[in-house]
Design a protein around this ligand. Structure first.
Ligand code: UDP
Length: 488
């Protein structure tokens, strides 16, 4: 008799930074646990999904792994053009629900479990309706999750102290969150939208479990606080499963011309001598800031690969949902003569680069990053120390975690995330600190230790492997329940 395996439905919210880790989670369920997986990518074109599966050809023709693009939704009538990227994603997810519902209701037999990301809490009601298990997948770290889980438990005094008096938010058993690093909703806690944020945070606790992209040895204190019922465990109702790091594997990725160009160029450079500079799938800098960055790189006299996209004024996340749709020439917004002066030591790549491959290349010795969590993990699993230049979302918390707790990054002046310029001299100093100075050597050995602990966590019997196995077993039990019900 053929044994039926669990079928997990994964829902990814719009944006490459959301889709990429969900695809990795789906791949892991298939490769390690023989699950059937359907990934629903909200408001994302099929071609975009396929281009991100190019480095995993074994999944493009795999009966167990299917990716369905939910049709793009038009939010122009319901969202102001100047709304935050988070607001736009919330509305896009809301408007994608009918398509998701009709797709799931047509699935026979019914899938066993639904796994949604940070913006998918609304979809969890559908799992209840269809008798499926429901999990959240937080593609970030446990400290960020702690802040989300604890936010609704803040009393009036705690909220006032953090949001109005700008004092640190104290989370039981965890490092306090400084106001300078706080999550965006706390900047406008008197706005009616803040209640929506708290409701979404509360909904997380109704899940059967929360999968988080971290591992025991990376964040031992925070993960212990979740388990302690006298600390964060008092408010965290759903069990937390650290299953990371889920990071993209290094493999051939297209388009081929670009691949050979960047990697061939890196092949000619000495080991750990190149700084990779990128602000994620949608981070942008102002025109003035780009000029300073260009000068900083040039003055550092270090080798670099820099992914550039056109400058955008006053909105660091402006291109998050549109990346790849524009490919202007770079000459217009870099200092005059920059490309010719640096052509021996630097490579400028417009719009998008094969990041996982670049970070996996032995010539790369540092990463100037906006500290998006996927980028952070890709850096750690390749043993590359970082310069943290956070821009939006939870990136300031990530930068603090990397510099003050894990010790694998230096950080640029925090005011940069609030629109202040980071000057060329500071950029030069940070780049040299990571590539040639003693502090860089210390960070490099710490990041290599973190890389080893990540490998250990993921190996059979390791903490993250066991955590995911626990979820798998719950799904298998859930499937038996569904089968018994259909026979009864
Ligand atoms: N990425 C890439 N090439 C680029 C820019 C980004 O492959 O030129 C990938 C990167 O490897 C990572 C993801 O896009 O997997 C970005 O996710 P992250 O969480 O770092 O930041 P976000 O884009 O969500 O701000």
């Amino acid at each position: 008799m053929k044994i039926q395996k669990p079928h997990a439905v994964l829902v990814a919210s719009p944006g490459m930074g959301h889709l990429i880790p969900v695809l990795e989670l789906g791949k892991r369920f298939v490769s390690q646990h023989d699950f059937q997986v359907t990934v629903f990518a909200a408001s994302t074109e099929a071609s975009t999904v396929q281009s991100h599966l190019q480095n995993s050809p074994e999944y493009t023709n795999n009966n167990l792994f299917k990716v369905v693009s939910l049709p793009s939704v038009d939010t122009s009538a319901s969202v102001d053009t100047d709304a935050t990227v988070a607001t736009k994603i919330i509305v896009m997810m809301h408007e994608s629900l009918p398509a998701l519902r009709s797709a799931i209701s047509a699935m026979k037999p019914r899938p066993t479990a639904m796994i949604v990301d940070l913006f998918g809490t609304e979809a969890m009601a559908m799992a209840d309706e269809f008798g499926m298990l429901k999990y959240m997948f937080i593609a970030s770290n446990a400290w960020f999750l702690a802040a989300m889980i604890y936010a609704p438990a803040l009393d009036e005094k705690g909220l006032d102290e953090h949001a109005n008096q700008k004092l640190p938010m104290k989370i039981p058993g965890c490092t306090a969150v400084r106001f300078d690093d706080t999550l965006e909703p706390f900047l406008n806690a008197n706005d009616p939208m803040f209640q929506g944020f708290l409701l979404a945070c509360m909904a997380m606790s109704t899940a059967d479990g929360i999968l988080v992209n971290t591992w025991e040895d990376l964040e031992p204190k925070t993960l212990a606080a979740f388990r302690d019922t006298k600390l964060l465990g008092r408010v965290a109702k759903a069990p937390v499963y650290p299953i990371g790091p889920l990071a993209r594997p290094v493999g051939p990725v297209g388009p081929p011309v670009l691949r050979s160009h960047v990697l061939d160029w890196l092949d000619t450079k000495p080991t750990e001598s190149v700084i990779y500079v990128s602000f994620g799938s949608g981070g942008s800098l102002s025109a003035k800031q780009m000029i300073e960055l260009a000068w900083g790189l040039e003055l550092s006299q270090q080798r670099f690969v820099w992914v550039v996209r056109p400058p955008i004024e006053n909105d660091v996340s402006e291109s998050y949902l549109t990346v790849g749709k524009d490919s202007n020439g770079v000459h217009d917004y870099l200092p005059e003569g920059f490309l010719s002066r640096t052509h021996c030591i630097g490579l400028v790549i417009p719009m998008w680069a094969p990041q996982a491959e670049i970070l996996g290349h032995p010539s790369v010795g540092g990463f100037l990053s906006h500290c998006g969590w996927n980028s952070t993990l890709e850096s750690i699993v390749n043993g590359v120390p970082m310069i943290g230049w956070p821009l939006f979302a939870e990136q300031k918390m990530n930068a603090t975690l990397l510099t003050e707790e894990i010790g694998v990054a230096v950080r640029c002046n925090p005011a940069a995330a609030d629109g202040m310029l980071v000057g060329r001299e500071e950029i030069k100093t940070m780049v040299r600190r990571v590539t040639v100075e003693k502090q860089g050597h210390a960070m490099r050995s710490r990041v290599k230790e973190a890389k080893c602990s990540a490998e250990k966590a993921l190996s059979r019997g390791g903490s993250s492997y066991n955590s995911l196995t626990h979820v798998v077993e719950e799904c298998e039990t859930g499937l038996q329940g569904l089968i018994a019900k259909s026979h009864g």
